[in-house]
Ligand binder design. Structure first.
Ligand code: NAP
Length: 250
């Protein structure tokens, strides 16, 4: 494995499971020191143990990304532990309520926007403060194919993921000249615990929406995140990259 991220530091939210876990593990394989963050402490600590067993330096910090104070402390803890913050993947997210727009509860709406959109702003804000002082950094915000198109019963999720792309494009322009790159990634349906409430029938119907003929794997998303994080993507900023088995090409 190419240790092209040796000596660099990375922060990943939602890193106890699915895509975030795969991103954290791949950062480690590329030589980075990794701050694993999640609300699930037990699973998060297992990811740290796996990283350490593979020879990487890693820590866990429990943070609910829906709370700006916890996002602030997460960034501070990362810098205190590793000295810098070179790369961040703002990945934590939930599906939220499944209902048509008129039936969507007010509480459910506030919650999905807070966990999937406000959280990205909170993390980005505090990560940028550190990266501006360093004069360098690379941030990847986890959007979705549903950051580009709508789908019934997921109004809150779709709105939040569209917002993540707009936020990414805006911040990328603001900080491009100061050495900070900011990009968004848009996975198609990936077989992770996020889909645990979907029936086998629904999953089969989702497969049919991907010309490649299957759901994605978390590791396939992680490969894109690591590339965007690295200097190999030195001219890439403000972009939205789908990794979706052809979903958006239909
Ligand atoms: P996942 O397997 O459910 O992992 C998400 C992790 O984030 C879980 O450990 C979860 O903890 C944690 N989390 C939830 N709320 C949090 C909060 N408020 N603060 C901190 N951590 C929190 O999901 P995934 O499929 O890897 O999804 C990761 C990201 O990719 C999400 O932003 C999702 O929207 C996006 N995405 C996923 C897919 C897909 O098909 N899987 C497609 C497109 C985009 P708990 O398990 O305790 O809730």
């Amino acid at each position: 494995m190419d240790k092209d991220l040796q000596g660099k530091t990375a922060l990943v939210t939602g890193a106890a499971s699915g895509i975030g876990r795969a991103v954290a593990l791949l950062y480690g394989q590329h030589g980075a020191k990794v701050m694993v963050s999640d609300i699930d402490e037990e699973q998060g600590r297992q990811v740290v143990a796996k990283l350490k067993a593979a020879g990487a330096e890693a820590r866990f910090f429990k943070a609910d990304v829906g709370d700006p104070a916890q996002c602030y402390r997460l960034v501070q803890e990362t810098v205190a532990a590793f000295g810098t913050l070179d790369m961040a993947c703002n990945n934590a997210g939930i599906t939220g309520e499944l209902s048509r727009t008129a039936d969507y509860s007010l509480d459910g709406w506030q919650r999905i926007i807070n966990v999937n959109l406000n959280s990205v702003f909170f993390c980005l804000k505090y990560e940028l403060e550190v990266m501006l002082k360093q004069g360098a950094g690379s941030i990847i915000n986890m959007s979705s194919i549903l950051g580009q198109v709508g789908t019934p019963t997921l109004a809150g999720y779709v709105t939040a993921k569209h917002g993540v792309i707009g936020l990414t494009q805006t911040a990328a322009q603001e900080y491009a000249a100061e050495g900070i790159r900011i990009n968004a990634v848009g996975p198609g349906y990936i077989d992770t615990p996020l889909l645990k409430d979907f029936s086998a029938e629904t999953k089969q119907a989702l497969v049919a929406l991907h010309p490649i003929g299957r759901l994605g794997r978390a590791e396939e998303v992680a490969e894109l995140v690591i590339w965007l994080s690295s200097n190999k993507a030195s001219f890439v900023t403000g972009s939205y990259y789908p990794v979706d088995g052809g979903y958006l090409a239909r």
